[in-house]
Design a protein around this ligand. Structure first.
Ligand code: PHE
Length: 344
């Protein structure tokens, strides 16, 4: 028996296995039910009692050594199997990144701003949380004007003289520009505005505006009209005509609403322009002398015009989108349609 044990020790030392299968075969050969070591264990039962201690120890060592060696061969075979596995094909074309695109409201806001930039306007931005003074007071809103009331304005704080609120238009940025910038002023103010309106196809409580302001000596209504006409033709095409209807805003006098000729039916009348041939795009007017005075500008020396438009409204007209809510729902099928619409 002693020799048999020695013999197996020797064989274990020389044992080799290329694959996990070969290692498993070795395990069966030595440690399996009919394995060589298992057979020695059986024989051990009939070993003379005085030799049991010595042989028992040896057999245990053998079994341990065999188990360890076979485990070792198994894991070596597994490592080389991974190393020899066929490599990934590095010449395969990669997965294409899904390309995002700019939001249609961002695209149109940028187009509007770019057009006025070409005319020499600067761009100014201001806070979305404003105070009553910059949104209403400095813009000649009478103290009890309905726009200040809860149904239109989201108030952040109330109860004191100049409450904080979410701006309802970006005219507040024009006030801040008049307060801080030297004259003459030519500026457009893009930004988000907030009004407490029920959400529908035509209204939302959050939307975007671009407002503009031009103040210099001898600025007239004719300058306003020309600026708007040039803008409309850049935005909606060179054939576009404009018309102005008298209107009212506290901060401009005289004031007007601007319509552009319908770019779908070219004046014939369709369901987009509701058969009128005209589409309303913005409000405008000559800056009220009270507004100039409030910001420290002498109305005897300076005059100016202002205008303001809703970005979503321009985008709806440009792309014939009939429901404002599409712009806020982030439906990829809708947004994806504007992926290539970046040109002015
Ligand atoms: N501030 C006005 C609005 O939000 C738009 C406007 C701006 C009208 C400037 C006239 C002049 O509706």
């Amino acid at each position: 028996m002693k020799e048999a044990i020695e013999q197996i020790f020797k064989e274990l030392n020389e044992l080799k296995a290329q694959t996990a299968k070969e290692a498993e075969e070795a395990r069966i050969r030595f440690l399996g039910k009919k394995g060589e070591i298992t057979a020695l264990m059986e024989q051990f039962r009939s070993v003379a009692p005085e030799l049991k201690r010595e042989y028992g120890q040896k057999l245990n060592e053998l079994k341990k050594a065999a188990t360890a060696r076979i485990e070792e061969l198994k894991s070596l075979a597994e490592v080389s199997a991974v190393a020899d596995a066929p490599k990934e094909d590095l010449t395969m074309p990669g997965d294409a990144f899904p390309l995002g695109s700019r939001h249609p409201v961002s695209i149109v806001r940028q187009q509007i701003v770019d057009i006025f930039r070409k005319f020499g306007y600067d761009v100014a931005e201001g806070p979305e949380i404003e105070d009553d003074y910059h949104v209403f007071e400095a813009l000649n809103f009478p103290p009890n004007h309905p726009a200040r009331e809860m149904q239109d304005t989201f108030f952040v704080s109330s109860g004191h003289l100049n409450p904080l609120l979410l701006r309802t238009h970006t005219s507040s940025v024009q006030v801040r520009t008049m307060e801080t910038q030297p004259l003459p002023i030519r500026v457009v103010c893009p930004g988000r505005v907030f009004r407490n309106e029920a959400i529908s196809a035509r209204a939302h409580c959050i939307f975007h505006q671009v407002e503009g302001l031009y103040i210099d000596k001898d600025v007239t209504f004719a300058d306003l009209k020309q600026a708007i006409l040039l803008f409309a033709r850049e935005m909606f095409g060179p054939e576009t005509e404009i018309r102005m209807r008298p209107s009212y805003f506290p901060f401009t006098e005289p004031s007007a609403e601007v319509d552009v000729s319908c770019n779908i039916c070219h004046g014939k009348g369709c369901n987009i322009c509701k058969g009128t041939g005209w589409l309303e795009i913005m409000g405008c007017g000559m800056v009220d002398p009270n507004v100039l005075k409030a910001s420290g500008i002498d109305p005897a020396q300076y005059s100016g015009f202002a205008f303001g438009m809703g970005v979503e409204r321009i985008a709806m007209l440009k792309w014939q989108v009939n429901d404002l809510r599409h712009y806020f729902e982030n439906d990829m099928r809708f947004l994806g349609e504007f992926a290539t619409a970046t040109e002015v």
